[in-house]
Design a protein around this ligand. Structure first.
Ligand code: PLP
Length: 428
């Protein structure tokens, strides 16, 4: 075994971590996981309060997922989905179609949330070309949207801090004010006005349903999604719903769309699709969209897009088992825990230094009163870590995104550690 110090030292010399100021960072090296817990190389344990970046569903080292993965490994680890097929890819696609909102009948695999969105944008764009509407090339999106870090996804994103520097590389999109924190009327009126004026040049509206996660857990008013969906239908514009963060039970239903009875034209899935085990993503589309791409090979209507590891069989096999587990027990556990999370957040909202708490199912944000010149989110997450919980902030918002399999006691542990972290905060 390599020692803790050797690994940390080597990490500093050879790696470059995402979204990390490497000059001000020292590594915490994780050795293993079990249930809701992560263990570092020194044997200390931490509650995984952000589900390993919002993707873990059933906890770490779940025996059923481990078994499904090993069984697939005994058959084959990888074979391409370009021009060939395989059982786990076929069966997972059928299972996704079964649980997805009505009308989504086709599954296009890729390997991250960003690519799932990228693919929906490209398929929508090409669909309109194929249907003889070549002017429909632009996308509507919400202010402060986040859809991933590849250039297409950044083009429909609106988080200035992440995206500003790449401005010159992006295809511009049309921003609608976020409905978060309002009754949604202004955002809807703006969508309607844009569509009235120029639906002829708009391919799709892209939205994170119910809650804008990376913007700081900004919760939308009830009814916004269904009304936006109705406007898209009325004006002949696609609705792309990005459930990369909200999908697979995170908001208390299998998909957030269900809560507003919305059946989009495209559904983007990733993160929880494999229970948090392996990189996999899926873009689901309707039969109408799929059928536009059909024709003789020589017509070149097909979708020219694919990745080497598209539909990786190990990922699909674990995804299939994860979905079964979610439907059997993990989703109902999450539903039972959500009110407990609400109570914990209500107690935290009374702690001095907390400006607001926001929640959508098992996604929550604790917004801190800012202090000039301080990176409070980072500071508090560091202190919370000393109390045995891993959290990651979004600016001045501390995020709670625990595995859906979390227990009632673990929620109390999460609450206590967060409270200690916030209360340890004083003017510095
Ligand atoms: N879309 C949403 C709503 C997300 O929250 C994220 C990641 O947080 C992404 C897309 C990008 O996913 P990935 O990091 O897998 O590319």
């Amino acid at each position: 075994m390599w020692s803790d110090d050797t690994l940390a030292e080597l990490d500093r010399r050879v790696t470059w971590h995402p979204f990390t100021q490497m000059a001000e960072w020292s590594p915490l090296v994780i050795a293993r996981g079990e249930g809701s817990w992560l263990f570092d190389t020194a044997g200390r344990r931490y509650l995984d309060g952000v589900s390993s970046l919002w993707c873990n569903v059933h906890g770490h080292a779940h025996p059923r997922l481990d078994r499904a993965l090993r069984a697939q490994l005994d058959r084959i680890a990888h074979s391409t989905f370009l021009g060939l097929s395989h059982e786990p890819g076929i069966r997972l696609a059928a299972a996704l179609v079964e649980v997805a909102p009505a009308g989504l009948t086709r599954v296009f695999y890729s390997d991250s949330g960003s690519t799932a969105v990228e693919i929906a944008l490209k398929q929508s764009f090409q669909y309109w070309q194929l249907r003889g509407r070549p002017a429909k090339q632009r996308f509507l999106r919400l202010a402060d949207a986040y859809h991933g870090d590849t250039l297409g996804a950044v083009g429909v994103g609106g988080i200035d801090l992440f995206h500003r520097v790449f401005g010159p590389l992006l295809v511009p999109s049309i921003a609608i004010p976020s409905p978060a924190g309002t009754d949604g009327a202004a955002a809807l009126a703006r969508i309607e006005a844009e569509l009235e004026q120029r639906a002829y040049e708009i391919a799709a509206l892209v939205v994170e349903p119910l809650v804008q996660g990376a913007a700081g857990m900004l919760v939308h008013p009830a009814g916004f999604l269904s009304r936006a969906a109705a406007l898209c239908r009325q004006f002949g514009v696609h609705l792309i719903v990005d459930e990369v963060a909200t999908g697979f039970g995170r908001t208390g239903t299998m998909f957030a769309c269900e809560q507003e009875s919305v059946a989009p034209d495209f559904l983007c899935l990733a993160k929880g699709i494999t229970g948090g085990y392996l990189p996999l993503a899926a873009t689901l589309a309707t039969e109408e969209i799929y059928s536009a791409f059909l024709g003789a090979r020589s017509e070149l209507k097909h979708f020219f897009h694919g990745h080497t590891y598209t539909a990786n069989p190990l990922a699909c096999a674990v995804g299939l088992e994860s979905l079964a587990l979610l439907r059997e027990s993990t989703l109902s556990n999450a539903q039972a825990r959500i009110p407990e999370l609400t109570e914990a957040l209500a107690r935290l909202s009374a702690v001095p230094g907390v400006r607001a708490v926001r929640q959508c199912g098992m996604m929550a944000g604790i917004e801190l009163e800012p202090i000039e010149g301080r990176a409070l989110g980072v500071e508090i997450c560091e202190r919370v870590r000393a109390h045995g919980v891993i959290l990651r902030p979004l600016g001045d918002v501390v995020v709670w995104m625990p595995p859906l399999s979390i227990t009632a006691d673990e929620i109390l542990f999460l609450e206590r550690a967060t409270m200690m972290g916030i209360m340890g905060n004083g003017p510095g």
